[in-house]
Design a protein around this ligand. Structure first.
Ligand SMILES: [Zn+2]
Length: 248
């Protein structure tokens, strides 16, 4: 089996519309299929070394309250320990950034983050205020990147080694800045991580593409390559159109 790390990307587990929400029943079915596949779900620290086998890391961006109330109870029954990337200056508030949902979704309180850490959830940095890091002057960029992890580390009393730039938006300069302060960084580039991937530009699997659970089972069984390739091409075309139109 090709050594590779499948880094799953989630945001909100809820019935809200839009691609950043996955309904609870579908999430539960995706996790059951993952458990049935027998693939090892490993700690996020596995992202720091080239994969030796095929294994899975589960990630959540933004730290929505539904992670605590809906996702974690399901993950815990399977013994899966995910990482949640937090915008450290927004915890306990409603999401309030470009592209956020309507109605706005609440983010977890620090108190809940502390409880979850004690139960085995990992946390990573996702900036302070959730800006597009590629648009910031150098000094603000450094602040958004460094202080995010420092805030979380101070709250939890443990070092923060992993980072996810908001919107997956990064540039060589942003990645250099992140690399000075974190061991790994994930983006929203679609794919699975292989031994030669840049630890500061790791691809992820957008789980919205696998809401058809039979499709997910096919992928887990190693038969999803063609589907992923099509999705990757469509995603790239969409991103190029957006860039062309100057949006997103
Ligand atoms: Zn985000």
């Amino acid at each position: 089996m090709t050594p590779r790390l499948e880094i799953l990307m989630y945001h909100s587990i809820s019935d809200a519309p839009g691609p950043t929400s996955i309904p609870p029943q579908i999430f539960a079915a995706q996790m059951q299929a993952l458990a049935d596949s027998g693939l090892p779900v490993v700690s996020p620290d596995a992202m720091a070394t080239p994969p030796q086998t095929r294994s899975v890391v589960i990630t959540f961006d933004d730290g929505f309250s539904d992670f605590d109330t809906i996702a974690w109870p399901i993950l815990r029954t399977h013994g899966f320990h995910p990482i949640v990337y937090l915008p450290s200056g927004r915890m306990g508030e409603l999401e309030n950034w470009v592209g956020c949902n309507t109605p706005r979704r609440p983010l977890m309180s620090w108190d809940r983050v502390g409880h979850l850490a004690a139960e085995g959830v990992f946390f990573g940095g996702h900036s302070i205020t959730h800006p597009d890091l590629t648009t910031l002057p150098a000094e603000t960029l450094e602040q958004e990147v460094v202080r995010s992890g420092q805030d979380i580390a101070a709250r939890l009393g443990q070092p923060i080694r992993h980072f996810a730039p908001p919107y997956g938006a990064s540039s060589p300069e942003v990645r250099r800045c992140i690399a000075r302060h974190y061991t790994t960084s994930v983006g929203t580039r679609l794919g699975v991580a292989g031994p030669r991937d840049d630890l500061h530009d790791l691809p992820r699997l957008e789980m919205f593409y696998f809401t058809d659970v039979s499709r997910w089972q096919e992928h887990l069984a190693g038969r999803g390559g063609a589907y992923l390739a099509i999705r990757r091409t469509m995603r790239r075309a969409r991103q190029m159109t957006r860039k062309h139109l100057g949006v997103g």
